[in-house]
Design a protein around this ligand. Structure first.
Ligand code: ADP
Length: 366
C-alpha cells in the first residue's frame, strides 16, 4: 500500500470500528491491522452481500394485509439508500455516538445478548436546528448498520388515513419487525408524538399515539429484535415526557462552527472546478450561522455564476470560440451569492437558546 492508501484505511476504520484496540495503525512503513478488525470486516462484507441480494420486490411477499402493504414504498434497503457517513461533513461526535449505539449492536447482536449493561438502544432522538443533517445522518446510519430504512413523517399516520391511524400504526410495527435489522426514522417526531393537545386533540390522533407507544414498548422488551426508532426534531421542547423517556439517547446536532463548515464545504466542492489556492478558511469564516443545508444552497448559487456569465457572453456574442468553457469558481462567487442565500432566518437567537437549554437538561453530555 502507498502511505496515502494506508492512511485511508486507518481513516475508514476510525469511522467504522468502535473500540480503539480494533483500530489499525501505521508504524513506520507498516500498516498494522488487528486480526479482529479483519474478521469483522469480512463479516460485514458477507452481510452486505447477503443484503444486496435481497431484492426490494420481496417486500411484497412480506406484507400480510393492506395496512402493511401501505409501508412497502416507505422502505429502502440499505444498499439502495445511497448515503454513507463519509458523505457527511463534520459531526464526528454524533457519528461516533451512533456507531457505538446502533451500528455495533445491529451488526454484532451476539455481543449484546447477555447481561443488562449492554442492552441495545431502541430509541434515539436527533435534535437541532433545521438543515443540520439529521435526516442525512439517519439515512447514512442505516447504510452503515446494514439496516432497512423506513421513513415516517408526522403526518403520514395521522392525516392520510384518518380513521385507520391505529391499525396503520400497529401494521407499521408488525411489518418493521419482519424487516429487522431496521431503522424506523420518525421525522418531525414532535408533530407525530408531540405534547398532548388537551381537549382539542382529536380522538383518532390520541388513539394512534397510544397505539404507537404500546407497540414501541412491546418492541423495547424484545432485545433480540434489531429495530430502532430514530426520531428527529427541531422542536424537542414540544415533546412530552412519555416520549422523551422512550428516547433515552438524545443527541444534539448543532449548527457547524467555522472549522466544521470548512469540512462540509470541502465535501460539497470536492468535484468542482475551483480556482488555484481556493481559500476554504475564508469562506468558512464568512458563513457564520449557516447550516449544512444553507451551505449547500450557497454553493449551488455560487456555481451558477460562471454559468450565467458564459450565457451572457454568448448572448452578447462576445465569446470567442477559442476561449475555454466555464471559468473556475472563486471566493468572490460565494461572497456575492451570500446576498441571495443567507443563514436560515427561521433559527433566530431565541430558538437557539431554547435548543441549548433543552440540550443541557435532556441531551447527551449537556
Ligand atoms: P435536517 O434533517 O437536520 O433538517 P437534512 O439532513 O435534511 O437536515 O439536510 C438537508 C441537506 O443539507 C442535506 O441533504 C445535505 O445536502 C445538506 N447537509 C446538511 N448537513 C450536512 C453535513 N453535515 N454534511 C453534508 N451535507 C449536509
Amino acid at each position: 500500500l502507498t502511505k496515502q492508501k494506508a492512511e485511508k484505511v486507518v481513516g475508514w476504520a476510525k469511522n467504522h470500528y468502535l473500540s480503539t484496540c480494533l483500530l489499525p495503525s501505521i508504524k513506520g512503513d507498516r500498516l498494522y491491522i488487528p486480526r479482529e478488525s479483519l474478521e469483522i470486516a469480512i463479516l460485514r462484507l458477507k452481510e452486505q452481500e447477503a443484503i444486496s441480494r435481497k431484492p426490494s420486490q420481496n417486500l411484497k411477499n412480506l406484507a400480510k394485509d393492506e395496512y402493511e402493504t401501505n409501508f412497502i414504498s416507505a422502505v429502502v434497503p440499505p444498499g439502495e439508500i445511497g448515503v454513507k457517513f463519509d458523505d457527511i461533513g463534520a459531526l464526528e461526535d454524533v457519528k461516533n455516538a451512533l456507531n457505538e449505539l446502533v451500528i455495533l449492536p445491529m451488526r454484532r447482536p451476539e455481543l449484546f445478548s447477555r447481561g443488562n449493561l449492554l442492552r441495545p438502544c431502541k430509541g434515539i432522538l436527533l435534535f437541532g436546528p433545521p438543515g443540520t443533517g439529521k435526516t442525512l445522518l439517519a439515512k447514512a446510519l442505516a447504510t452503515e448498520a446494514g439496516a432497512n430504512f423506513i421513513s415516517i413523517t408526522g403526518s403520514a399516520l395521522t392525516s392520510k388515513w384518518f380513521g385507520d391511524a391505529e391499525k396503520l400504526t400497529k401494521a407499521l410495527f408488525s411489518f418493521a419487525s419482519k424487516l429487522a435489522p431496521v431503522i424506523i426514522f420518525v421525522d418531525e417526531v414532535d408533530s407525530l408524538l408531540g405534547a398532548r393537545g388537551g381537549s382539542f386533540e382529536h380522538e383518532a390522533t390520541r388513539r394512534m399515539r397510544n397505539e404507537f407507544m404500546a407497540a414501541w414498548d412491546g418492541l423495547r422488551s424484545k432485545d433480540s429484535q434489531r429495530i430502532l426508532i430514530l426520531g428527529a426534531t427541531n422542536r424537542p421542547f414540544d415533546l412530552d415526557d412519555a416520549v422523551i423517556r422512550r428516547l433515552p439517547r438524545r443527541i444534539y446536532v448543532d449548527l457547524p462552527d467555522a472549522e466544521n463548515r470548512m469540512k462540509i464545504l470541502r465535501i460539497f466542492l470536492a468535484q468542482e472546478n475551483l480556482g488555484p489556492g481556493f481559500e476554504f478558511d475564508k469562506l468558512a469564516h464568512a458563513t457564520e450561522g449557516y447550516s449544512g443545508s444553507d451551505l449547500k444552497n450557497l454553493c449551488i448559487a455560487a456555481a451558477y455564476r460562471p454559468v450565467q456569465e458564459l450565457l451572457e457572453e454568448e448572448r452578447k456574442g462576445s465569446k470567442n470560440d477559442a476561449s475555454p468553457g466555464l471559468r473556475p469558481l472563486n471566493l468572490d462567487d460565494f461572497i456575492k451569492s451570500k446576498s441571495k442565500v443567507g443563514p436560515s432566518v427561521a433559527y433566530d437567537a431565541t430558538s437557539m437558546n431554547e435548543l441549548r437549554k433543552w440540550n443541557e437538561q435532556y441531551g447527551e453530555g449537556g
